[in-house]
Ligand binder design. Structure first.
Ligand code: G3P
Ligand code: CA
Length: 293
């Protein structure tokens, strides 16, 4: 069931939308580092019900990659939240999909040419609906604090954040360090289209599970690369994935989570192929679809 705060915002349950949304208070400051393992992801993998993975949060109804979109995804009890990470000019991890600020904020220019302090001034909600004018682009740390291990997180490292010279504070290092510091290693999955970032990550001894993103499965070497990296899962485009790919990955012991199927037909088509879950912008729609009758 969707809970009250979200109902109020969407105007459901007869409630008038509030003018502003109450700020979400992070619940923890720090948790001890845990050894590398992903028991929670692995536990969920034993359950054969399809994973509902909220793409950029509950993107169909909330401004993507904002705390309110993530909290709404938690409210509808998804299995995992997917989000995107970039680096600001001062090398802080900011949660945003585009390299450019223009589509989802009132800012201009690139994320990488602004400091976090500057980025934090931006309105990241009005483009979606005036009710969300107070939303800000969150840092990855803020999202970890908000979610606080309640559900799994799929952190996508954007291609443009990758640096081939691999500096000490490369984004993939920062992600691992943050998850170590904050805890919840066992419920974090890091994915990327930039496979070199994942290659760097697997060399680290205490790290989250990884997933390979793949846009053109017939042209890449995803199976071989997934095997080599010991990936937890493979995330292909729903437009390109075929049943034979799904079978191959299952035979290799990996899960398959296609992105981004958003209509009932597309989600159902993926499920008919035997995928293990779907990355979707409308998690409630998927929930209704897979509900036992
Ligand atoms: O992580 C799956 C999916 O989000 C990848 O595509 O462009 O939505 O980040 P994109
Ligand atoms: Ca993404």
């Amino acid at each position: 069931m969707i809970k009250t705060a979200v109902d109020a915002l969407t105007g459901k349950a007869g409630a008038a939308p509030p003018e502003t949304f109450p700020r979400i208070t992070p619940k923890i400051d720090s948790v001890e580092t845990k050894p590398m393992s992903s028991p929670r992801l692995k536990d969920r993998a034993k359950d054969k019900n399809p994973w509902i993975i909220a793409h950029r949060g509950y993107r169909a109804r909330y401004p993507e990659n904002t705390l309110i979109a993530f909290e709404a995804a938690v409210d509808v009890e998804v299995d995992m939240i997917e989000l995107d990470v970039m680096l600001s000019k001062d090398r802080k991890m900011v949660v945003i999909h585009d390299a450019d600020l223009g589509r989802t904020t009132n800012g201009r220019g690139t994320v990488g040419s602004h400091t976090l302090e500057e980025i934090k001034q931006l309105d990241a909600g009005s483009w979606f609906d005036a009710r969300f004018a107070r939303e800000r682009l969150p840092t990855l740390e803020e999202v970890l604090e908000l979610v606080n291990g309640r559900i799994a997180l799929n952190i996508e490292i954007k291609r443009s954040a990758y640096e081939p010279h691999h500096p000490p504070d490369a984004v993939e290092r920062q992600v691992v360090d943050l998850v170590r510091r904050k805890g919840g290693m066992d419920s974090v999955l890091v994915s990327s289209f930039e496979w070199r970032a994942l290659e760097n990550m697997v060399k680290m001894v205490d790290r989250p599970a990884i997933a390979l993103l793949s846009r053109y499965p017939d042209e890449d070497h995803h199976l071989e690369t997934c095997r080599k990296l010991g990936a937890f899962s493979w995330h292909p485009s729903y437009l390109a994935v075929k049943e034979e790919h799904v079978r191959e990955m299952h035979d290799a012991g990996m899960l398959v989570f296609p992105y981004n199927a958003d209509t009932p037909e597309d989600i159902q088509h993926m499920l008919n192929m035997g995928v293990d879950g779907v990355i979707t912008s409308d998690p409630l729609l998927m929930k209704e679809l897979i509900k036992p009758v």
